[in-house]
Design a binder for this molecule. Sequence first.
Ligand SMILES: Nc1ncnc2c1ncn2[C@@H]1O[C@H](COP(=O)(O)OP(=O)(O)O)[C@@H](O)[C@H]1O
Length: 301
Amino acid sequence: MAVFSRCSVVSTAARTPTSAAATTFSYLIRALSPSFSSSSSSFDPETDLNRGKPAGLGTLKREPKGRNVQWAFLGCPGVGKGTYASRLSNLLGVPHIATGDLVRDELASSGPLSSQLKEIVNQGKLVSDEIIIDLLSKRLEKGEAKGESGFILDGFPRTVRQAEILEGVTEIDLVINLKLREEALLAKCLGRRICSECGGNYNVASIDIKAENGSPGMYMAPLPPPPECASKLITRPDDTEEVVKKRLHIYQMMTQPVEDFYRSRGKLVEFDLPGGIPESWPKLLRALNLEDHDDKQSAAA
Ligand SMILES: Nc1ncnc2c1ncn2[C@@H]1O[C@H](COP(=O)(O)OP(=O)(O)O)[C@@H](O)[C@H]1O
């Protein structure tokens, strides 16, 4: 069942990259800070940037080498960005920052943005670049205050404009683009479950695609929750068949150009998931020239 045929990538309404991408970004951060007069809709670098020091992402300087890795994950909804980003985060000792989680935390906080965000997310649309950058900036500032260095971004950037702004602020060393056969993506999204207490991610779908017409078969076992979470599982409101198909469409339109953005910069690692975690994790590590000593030790035990 082809969930979604690749549609032609429509150019996004991204701001044309300017040599002042950083100033665009700083302006964005300026525009996000409470002291900024929200009435100003036009961007005037001369005046807007004289409003004092940018906060948030602006605190990220171009780090000299010797810092921890700064990677990002791209990939369609349900492909497993969070699963592999969190594993790599543990392996490399850098924070896993998932903008989808930041959005859900804001939703759960019932803050001023939550009703506006709820409608956007439940319709499968993207949150505005400004709001996402504000949420990410606050998360990075908190991390910097705790002495965090490096990051693995999951779900950011998701538009070319976000990628341009990020590029104007700091170095992204590597972008891992996870890919999975379209017929598996929908099943994985529909099978996704979250523990309402601890936030753990699980999946009840058992995906068994038979080999046909020369393409190999694929099996992805369920990711069952531990007993203490089994009775607390919830489904995300944006994981319905209708909304997932909308999100896949938006990914093709808005985020596929981000793949091209990093491919043109020689920073994109494409990784086709061959199956579930036991099969994919070792292959991903090899693709990244990494080793997971814990896995080796447990395998050797
Ligand atoms: N970088 C981003 N830009 C805009 N919206 C975002 C971004 N990251 C997350 N979101 C919003 O949060 C929702 C959930 O994100 P996420 O958990 O990453 O979903 P998915 O599993 O579809 O990748 C997205 O559908 C979108 O509405």
